[in-house]
Ligand binder design. Structure first.
Ligand code: SF4
Length: 376
């Protein structure tokens, strides 16, 4: 019987030339993420899903590790089409190995024998048709790290854009100039997980902070809609000093970038720290405010974070979007995305009117899509 590794190794195609470079001795350098692995012949990169065979880079193709319909607030994007449905797909594997990963079944599928997620066969046309059938406005590559499967995401996003859908990445931000340029025409929304502001912490997770900060700067300069999330983990990344430096950095790129600080709960291998409390989120939000950030949101503790689930006008303080968890309770922005009270333009990607929500919680695609079947 085929193992997960066999399946992942068979469902590939050659990587695009923009994302790799041939080296001596049949090695290939991959530029899909900040590791920039020089991969020897016969070996995979750090992510375990891109590999060198005979001096050619092969990359994942033709399957998904999972599909789900999510409210866009779950990604989270709060300044992009509030209330819309985000058809979300992932593949397998990751270039980091965070002990607290909440998507470990797909992200660590090739490293951890307890992470079992059978791949489902899929095509770009099939996924887009299914997204439209579910009523999605947005198609998002998420659950595993989308940078390491960029070719597949771009193939799907080309179809999606032809069909009038908006596209997005939910990513750890460990990018390179090459991959961001490759994605630029096809990715509208980009969420970066800024996990810490300490390079030693990033080393523990298997990465470096430098490429992530570069990605944030570059995405902002490119004009891709960007929101940043920090999962606040007691004892790991929640000191005042670290939060001051982290929020100061985001504000230095732009005080208009929404920053979501979200609550940790015990998961995967990280079960030692306590769960994040609402007062921890409020303290972090206050530090972000002092750094000058204008749009700060506290997540994962609905109803327990005062007004930090809502969007307010930074000039006159009018409440523009009221939320409870993923539920949009009220929407007051004008068709142009301005405050109706004082006219201030609110940064983001706004629909001309709020069309209500299909769902305020995730669900699996309805009418069991015929487009995806388990590989065997
Ligand atoms: S995606 Fe990243 S980890 Fe995977 S082979 Fe390419 S550079 Fe290495």
């Amino acid at each position: 019987m085929a193992t997960l590794r066999d399946i992942v190794y068979e469902n590939v195609r050659e990587g695009d030339s923009e994302l790799c470079e041939k080296l001596d001795r049949n090695r290939v350098r991959c530029y899909a993420c900040g590791h920039c692995c020089p991969i020897p012949d016969g070996q995979p990169g750090v992510c375990k899903v891109r590999y060198n065979r005979g001096g050619t880079l092969f990359v994942p193709w033709g399957y998904v590790g999972g599909v789900q319909c999510d409210p866009i607030e779950k990604k989270p994007f709060f300044h992009a089409y509030p209330g819309s449905l985000a058809y979300s797909f992932g593949m397998l594997g990751c270039d980091l190995h965070c002990g607290y990963c909440q998507n470990w079944v797909t992200s660590q599928a090739l490293r951890d024998p307890n992470a079992v997620s059978p791949p489902l066969r899929a095509s770009p046309e099939g996924l887009v048709q299914d997204a439209l059938r579910q009523g999605a406005k947005v198609l998002v590559s998420t659950y595993n790290e989308p940078l390491i499967t960029s070719e597949w995401a771009v193939a799907i996003f080309k179809e999606a854009k032809n069909a009038g859908l908006v596209t997005g990445f939910v990513s750890n931000g460990n990018g390179t100039p090459q991959v961001l340029e490759y994605l630029r025409p096809w990715v509208d929304l980009y969420k970066v997980d800024l996990k810490s502001f300490d390079d030693r912490h990033y080393h523990e997770l298997g990465g470096r902070i430098g490429p992530i900060l570069d990605t944030i700067r570059r995405l902002y300069q490119m004009g891709t809609w960007l929101e940043i999330v920090t999962l606040l983990i007691p004892g790991f990344n929640d000191s005042d000093d670290e939060l001051r430096r982290l929020t100061g950095f985001v504000a230095s790129v732009s005080p208009e970038i929404p920053w979501h600080v979200t609550a940790f709960h015990k998961d995967y291998k990280m079960d030692a720290p306590a769960d994040t409390r609402s007062q921890d989120l409020l303290r972090a939000a206050e530090i972000g405010k002092q750094a000058g950030l204008r749009y700060i949101y506290a997540g994962n503790l609905p109803g327990a974070v005062n007004r930090l689930e809502d969007t307010h006008c930074p000039k006159c303080d009018k409440r523009l979007v009221k939320r409870h968890g993923y539920f949009v309770e009220d929407y007051q922005l004008t068709a142009q995305g301005n405050c109706p009270s004082c006219g201030t333009a609110i940064p983001g990607r706004w629909a001309s009117k709020f069309a209500g929500q299909i769902a305020d919680r995730p669900f699996l695609p309805r009418r069991g899509s015929p487009l995806v079947t388990i590989l065997n």
